[in-house]
Design a protein around this ligand. Structure first.
Ligand SMILES: Nc1nc2c(ncn2[C@@H]2O[C@H](COP(=O)(O)OP(=O)(O)OP(=O)(O)O)[C@@H](O)[C@H]2O)c(=O)[nH]1
Length: 298
């Protein structure tokens, strides 16, 4: 029997736990079953107590103290420990029926989504490729306040793309905290970011960045200014924007956690991505027989 779940990912403070809370409330209102898994070994404040909490296996505070590690090293240690103790997940998740939506609330450390291979390993275990056989998708949250700063928006978009490529799951990108920008950004301007296009960084006012094709004396403000506003920097911006455009993979849904319809819309996308409703439909007994081979004696 399949199970269904969604990994809630994104940088620190993007609103992952708040989104999980809104989603749990919405699922409850819709009389649907939800299983909430906290995988952030540092998280403490929850509106809904997790049904399964990594802190019951290992806590970041203990690791930092006992192993003399910092928060990032400590987090990676906790994830390695989780991967060595996957029964912790299996014993709680295996008994769940296909009516449950399992929400995995992940930590915000960006290295988990970029270059460290721990998350792909966990995904492999949880997903249909692994023993837990969960129809999984990923929801990557990025703060909508980034929209008012194009460079941050593109940095965030690239991190979303990196996560998307690394974990190879059906992927939904979400601009969270829409309530904070509704009054600042016009609908037309927002549309350009929700479905970003290659010309987005072409505007004259981009005015920041880090890379150039030649060496810059960073102690010389004039030289730095020249590079930032120069042709090579603009070409770099355009190349990055085109890369995102060419992949045609990055577009965003807008989330306002205070608006039930907005949460419901995102749930519909998640349901579609994991084909939740198809599994709930009553099946033709002949179809079921084909899926579940009869027990052969001997
Ligand atoms: N105004 C507003 N604030 C929000 C929203 N979502 C989250 N916040 C606030 O943003 C802060 C971070 O929210 P969290 O839900 O803890 O974010 P997170 O991504 O789980 O954070 P980490 O666990 O640290 O990675 C909190 O102070 C929330 O109250 C939102 O939709 N609107």
């Amino acid at each position: 029997m399949s199970k269904f779940g969604c990994l809630i990912m994104g940088p620190a403070g993007a609103g992952k736990t708040t989104f999980c809370t809104a989603m749990i409330q919405h699922l409850q209102h819709s009389r649907r079953s939800c299983f909430y898994v906290n995988l952030d070994p540092a998280a403490t404040d929850f509106a809904y107590q997790p049904d399964l909490d990594i802190k019951d296996l290992i806590s970041l505070e203990d690791v930092m103290e006992e192993m003399s590690l910092g928060p990032n090293g400590g987090l990676l240690f906790c994830f390695e420990f989780l991967l060595q103790n996957l029964d912790f997940l299996a014993s709680a998740i295996e008994p769940l029926s296909d009516e449950y939506l399992i929400l995995f609330d992940l930590p915000g450390q960006i290295e988990l989504y970029t270059h460290v291979p721990l998350l792909p390993e966990l995904v492999k275990y949880l997903s249909r490729m692994g023993p837990l056989n969960i129809n999984l998708c990923a929801a990557y949250l990025l703060e909508a306040t980034f929209v008012v700063d194009k460079a941050k928006f593109f940095a965030g978009t690239l991190s979303a793309m990196s996560a998307m490529i690394m974990i190879e799951l059906p992927h939904i990108n979400i601009l969270s905290k829409m309530d904070l920008v509704k009054d600042q950004v016009s609908k037309k301007e927002m549309k350009r970011f929700v479905d970003p296009e290659a010309t987005l960084l072409d505007d004259e006012d981009t005015g920041r960045g880090t890379a150039a094709e030649y060496t810059v004396d960073v102690s010389n403000p004039q030289e730095v200014d020249q590079v930032m506003s120069g042709d090579s920097f603009k070409r770099l911006n355009r190349a990055v924007a085109r890369l995102i455009d060419d992949f045609s993979m990055v577009s965003f849904l807008q989330l306002d956690v205070n608006d039930e319809d907005s949460v419901g819309d995102i749930l519909s996308y998640i349901d579609d991505a994991i084909q939740f409703h198809e599994a709930q439909e009553p099946k033709d007994p002949r179809e079921r027989e084909m899926e579940e081979p009869a027990w052969e004696e001997g």
